[in-house]
Design a protein. Structure first.
Lengths: 217, 87
């Protein structure tokens, strides 16, 4: 039975990106409502910026690409078929822009997200130290952010993009595959490698101190 | 019914196990492996914690001047779009 408006402090907050809401905004934007499109920009610009900054390794380039991606999305909005979420579509545009820029700059002439992965996962595991219970509490927010960002940047661009979309933005495997134009098995194998590699790097920071001491004995 | 997992097979199922998309049968195979293999227990535990520290990460804001630049470029593009349509 529906209850009359009782206050529900435990009720889950309305998701900022609830799909229905996003669809409405997209429809309004398609009908020429600029405010609706601006709302979509506000909602996703931070995530697009983070992703492109990690792919491009340059703050300035990422600012440009983020701007380009939203402008392109706006100009081509009529062509957006809505087979995927708007966010996935914008990510796709932003990733393509990023890769084009990398190729043009000659910094990574051959960059492609579809490079074959070498699949020696078992060789990926070297660090077997146990972590502190709550290692992240030993660091300030800024220190922690720096550690986590650096760890992601030490991955190849392919792995960075897959990890950020799948494990930080929490897109599904299908959405990640769609955004990056990869097959589902390709997303899965890249994700495993990215996770294991990050685990290795973070272990250097987060391992239990006692284990270190033992290692020196 | 099935035999135990090797360490390599365990790694092959690690993603699905951590994402909680592994079938019940695989789940229990993974669990029995990590309860008897200390190395794989550490891998499982620290990979899980790796995902946990990243999950809460809020993206840093796009600098406000870039945000404003995008909005003003959009306004311009909207005007051009409208002009093109009314032609
Ligand atoms: Zn094992």
């Amino acid at each position: 039975m529906p209850q009359p408006e009782a206050p529900q402090p435990e009720a889950p907050q309305l998701e900022a990106a609830s799909p229905a809401d996003e669809t409405t905004l997209v429809h309004q934007a398609k009908a020429g409502d600029l405010a609706a499109f601006s709302e979509l920009v506000t909602r996703y610009e931070g995530k697009v910026f983070r992703l492109t900054r990690h792919i491009l390794n340059s703050r300035e380039d990422a600012e440009d690409v983020t701007q380009e991606a939203f402008l392109k999305a706006f100009t081509h909005l009529d062509g957006f078929q809505e087979n995927s979420r708007f966010y996935t579509w914008v990510v796709r545009i932003a990733v393509n822009e990023s890769l084009m820029r990398l190729r043009k700059s000659g910094r990574r002439p051959m960059v492609s997200l579809d490079e074959p992965v070498d699949t020696g996962e078992d060789e990926m595991v070297r660090e077997l130290a146990v972590w502190d219970e709550t290692p992240e509490q030993k660091y300030s927010q800024e220190e922690l952010r720096a550690i986590l960002d650096q760890a992601v940047d030490s991955l190849g661009p392919i792995y960075r993009a897959v990890f950020l979309l799948r494990d930080v933005d929490e897109l599904s495997t299908e959405e990640t595959a769609n955004a990056l134009d990869l097959s589902i098995p390709a997303v899965k194998s890249r994700l495993l490698r990215a996770r294991l590699q990050l685990r290795e790097i973070l272990t250097q920071h987060f391992k239990r101190k006692g284990d270190d001491i033992l290692a020196y004995l | 019914m099935t035999s135990l997992l090797t360490c390599k097979e365990f790694l092959g199922w690690l993603n699905e196990y951590l994402d909680e998309t592994a079938a019940a049968e695989i789940r229990s195979l993974v669990e029995s492996h990590i309860s008897t293999c200390p190395n794989c227990w550490v891998i499982h535990d620290t990979t899980k914690k790796t995902l946990q520290v990243y999950k809460g990460m809020e993206p840093q804001l796009l600098p406000p001047e870039i945000h404003n630049r995008i909005l003003s470029l959009l306004e311009k593009a909207a005007l051009e779009k409208r002009a093109a349509q009314s032609d």
